[in-house]
Design a protein around this ligand. Structure first.
Ligand code: HEC
Length: 154
């Protein structure tokens, strides 16, 4: 067998073998949905759903390539990590915790940290315009201020 054929075969075998190690793509039941609990204006809700829900909720839309290793490893680990940091399907009912989360969302969008660039590169509908960013910033500020007014802790 020619060298390049052997190499190609090795790559194919590795690729096929990797498929045996596809991690589970789970969407557990939604506990307390962020958008239902906080009722932001429709425009903000649409932006957050399009730009954040794939990684920060239990309503992830798994694309076909999320089923193919090694890409699946990256996508599943991003989603697991994203849900650990901020789970929009498990929104806190305690005002002080909700205030902190609203502030974090505000910071992440303000700093252009979120949604991550590697994600918006592929998901054009998750790219936020300046107007959409401002709507999210204004609303999270107002919602956090409103909650602060109801609690003495903050
Ligand atoms: C491609 C997946 C992905 C998308 C889309 C995404 N995030 Fe994230 N997000 C992550 C990951 C992974 C982390 C944890 C690691 C880090 O901070 O980079 C994170 C962290 C965060 C944190 C930090 C939480 C903390 O502990 O301080 C906030 C807030 C956040 N994201 C908000 C958002 C918002 C708001 C959107 C939508 C505008 C969004 N994210 C979109 C993957 C994503």
């Amino acid at each position: 067998m020619k060298k390049w054929k052997r190499l190609l075969l090795a790559v194919l075998v590795l690729f096929a073998g990797a498929q045996l190690f596809n991690p589970a793509r789970t969407n557990p039941p939604v506990k307390n949905d962020f958008l239902t609990a906080t009722q932001p204006p429709a425009a903000v809700a649409a932006s957050v759903r399009a730009a954040c829900y794939d990684c920060h909720s239990h309503e992830t839309v798994w694309p076909w390539y999320a089923h193919v290793a090694p890409v699946s490893w990256l996508i599943v680990s991003d989603t697991t990590e994203g849900r650990e940091h901020l789970n929009l399907s498990d929104w806190p009912t305690e005002p002080d915790r909700a205030i902190k989360k609203l502030d974090r969302i505000n910071e992440a969008v303000d700093d252009r940290e979120m949604p991550p660039k590697k994600y918006t590169l592929i998901h054009a509908n998750a790219r936020l315009t300046e107007t959409q960013r401002k709507e999210i910033l204004d609303w999270t500020d107002a919602a956090a201020a409103k909650l602060r007014a109801t609690t003495t802790n903050q």
